[in-house]
Design a protein around this ligand. Structure first.
Ligand SMILES: [Zn+2]
Length: 356
């Protein structure tokens, strides 16, 4: 059974997807390719995972400009690009190019990382899963708070954008979500599939995609979830893509690291030195956000908010994240930030929640 799932492309997956280049319908060819009926691009399937990247597709047609393909498909699928027309789109050629550039270095980094960090579920994972399935409504811990904001997702269509090794997708599946997930890393997707299957869950779709131009149809999801992904990407472009693939009334929930100001940066260096720790390894594209980087969500979505966390409670580094020390640090933050809102500018994590 598990092998069948690992090797086969589910027809369910095709219902939700379209060609990321021209929005044409996709078909499975000998379980090795997803072929677009619009532009005939052939997307490979590797280790049972479809690679829906324009940069990886084989295009049997003679070189044809992207612009003419796009205009042809717009006539065929008039609704496809309707949502995007509100914001002037950059040249499609540039899109393809920048997507390619993004993918090469980031994919390499993350393929390596997820290959190294693949491991079966441990008892401590269960503690996190319990927090995710039964989160407190009090905004103390950003991680727990995003799972509170996700709400009741039983049998709802949930997408994890940038699923990485599948840690959060598994937690969302435990909450009853009907999961879809994608990442630019094939290793990440394989690991996500493994985690879901090993925990006894089925899923709708797992594929390699680029968050700037996914292969999902318009209005596909009730919830889009992302954990520390946006700060690797062109945030404005991804926000438009999230808006497109969410159903009306659907919501996006996530958290992101914020840029360290000079004060927090200096404190961090002292703290790392005292504890003999090195800073996290970052990728080429990675850069902490400013809260103003999320303004694009306010413009696109009907409502929502951001909330900043982690003033003194940088609890990620604590061995016992849900232990008494971490809890008291979070309470200190909660009280300080509620009493002195100007301190929020020194926070280093932001949670976002917006509704379409
Ligand atoms: Zn196509």
């Amino acid at each position: 059974m598990a092998n069948a799932v690992r090797g086969m492309i589910s027809p369910k997956l095709l219902d939700a997807m379209e060609c990321p280049a021209c929005k044409g319908p996709l078909r499975i060819v000998s379980n090795q390719w997803l072929v677009c009926s619009g532009c005939e691009r052939r997307y490979p399937v590797r280790q049972g995972i479809p690679i829906l990247l324009v940069s990886e597709a084989e295009n049997p047609q003679p070189p044809q400009s992207e612009a003419s393909i796009n205009s042809a498909s717009r006539e065929k699928h008039p609704s496809a690009s309707h949502e995007r027309s509100a914001v002037p789109a950059p040249s499609p050629d540039l899109d393809v190019q920048s997507a390619k550039e993004d993918i090469s270095s980031e994919t390499k980094h993350f393929d390596e990382y997820y290959r190294k960090t693949r491991k079966p579920m441990s008892p401590s994972d269960m503690l996190w899963i319990q927090k995710a399935t039964n989160p407190s409504s009090r905004p103390l811990d950003y991680w727990e708070f995003v799972f509170y904001l996700v709400g009741d997702v039983k049998e709802k269509k949930v997408l994890e954008l940038g699923c990485g090794g599948g840690w959060m997708s598994r937690a969302l599946a435990f909450k009853g979500a009907s999961m879809s997930a994608f990442d630019i890393s094939l290793e990440g997707c394989v690991s996500t599939r493994e985690k879901l299957i090993d925990a006894g869950f089925q899923f709708d779709s797992i594929a390699v995609m680029d968050a700037h131009s996914t292969a999902f149809r318009d209005s596909s999801f009730d919830v889009v979830f992302m954990a520390g992904v946006l700060h690797h990407l062109n945030g404005a472009k991804v926000a438009r893509e999230i808006h497109r693939i969410l159903k009306p009334g659907g919501r996006v929930v996530g958290y992101e690291p914020l840029k360290y100001g000079p004060v927090m940066w200096a404190l961090k260096q002292v703290w790392l030195k005292l504890h003999g720790l090195k800073d996290y390894e970052t990728t080429e594209h990675e850069e902490g956000l400013s809260v103003s980087d999320l303004d694009v969500f306010k413009q696109l979505f009907t409502g929502g908010f951001t909330r900043r966390f982690n003033f003194v409670a940088k609890t990620n580094r604590l061995r016992n994240r849900f232990g008494p020390l971490a809890n008291s640090l979070r309470w200190i933050d909660y009280i300080l930030l509620s009493t002195f809102p100007f301190l929020r500018r020194y926070c280093t994590t932001v949670v976002l929640c917006f509704e379409k």
